[in-house]
Design a protein around this ligand. Structure first.
Ligand SMILES: Cc1cc2nc3c(=O)[nH]c(=O)nc-3n(C[C@H](O)[C@H](O)[C@H](O)COP(=O)(O)OP(=O)(O)OC[C@H]3O[C@@H](n4cnc5c(N)ncnc54)[C@H](O)[C@@H]3O)c2cc1C
Length: 142
């Protein structure tokens, strides 16, 4: 039986959420169109549609795992592009006002720290190379 639900799905917004949804839908629609308001460039740049992107970002383990399920190899790509792994409670320490600095522990959980523009850029590149036949966007980089 075919997995295809329909001919065309339209996703509004080409940020991290929109690209993830497009990747998840791609197996179920013949064509997935991503409509993005901003003009996207072929480089890692801040943009007005994601005003939060100047704030430093760390991709938490759950998000990283979910993105890797949609786009296999995403974590390797992001690390290769310069994201820095940070071990929780190892490299980054937590402090509570009542007890002070919490001891180092190895929980085996790490996050990948990178700017939001870099995370989105790597995700977009992966989406474009995995789904070239099914994605189009207003203002997609030429
Ligand atoms: C200060 C701050 C710090 C954060 N730090 C972290 C962090 O450390 N780690 C982490 O994982 N998350 C962090 N987040 C959250 C993270 O940035 C967001 O969860 C993530 O960007 C959400 O992605 P999104 O694609 O859903 O939405 P957005 O990033 O908001 O993207 C929405 C997209 O839709 C487009 N759009 C909007 N309207 C239209 C329209 N009408 N037509 C076409 N396109 C449209 C916009 O241009 C944009 O590209 C932080 C957020 C903030 C505010």
């Amino acid at each position: 039986m075919s997995n295809v639900f329909g001919r065309r799905a339209v996703v509004v917004g080409g940020g991290i959420g929109g690209l993830s949804v497009a990747g998840a839908l791609a197996g179920y629609f013949e064509q997935v169109d991503v409509l993005e308001r901003d003009r996207l460039t072929a480089s890692v740049e801040s943009r007005s549609g994601t005003a939060q992107d100047r704030h430093p970002h760390g991709l938490l383990a759950g998000g990283l795992k979910a993105l890797g399920e949609i786009f296999p190899g995403f974590e390797r790509d992001l690390a290769g592009a310069g994201a820095v792994p940070v071990g929780l409670a190892q490299d980054a320490r937590f402090e509570r006002a009542d007890v002070g600095l919490l001891p180092r522990r190895d929980f085996g959980i790490s996050i990948l720290c990178a700017s939001r523009p870099l995370i989105e850029f790597v995700l977009r590149r992966r989406a474009m190379c995995r789904l070239p036949w099914s994605m189009s966007a207003h203002h997609w980089p030429a």
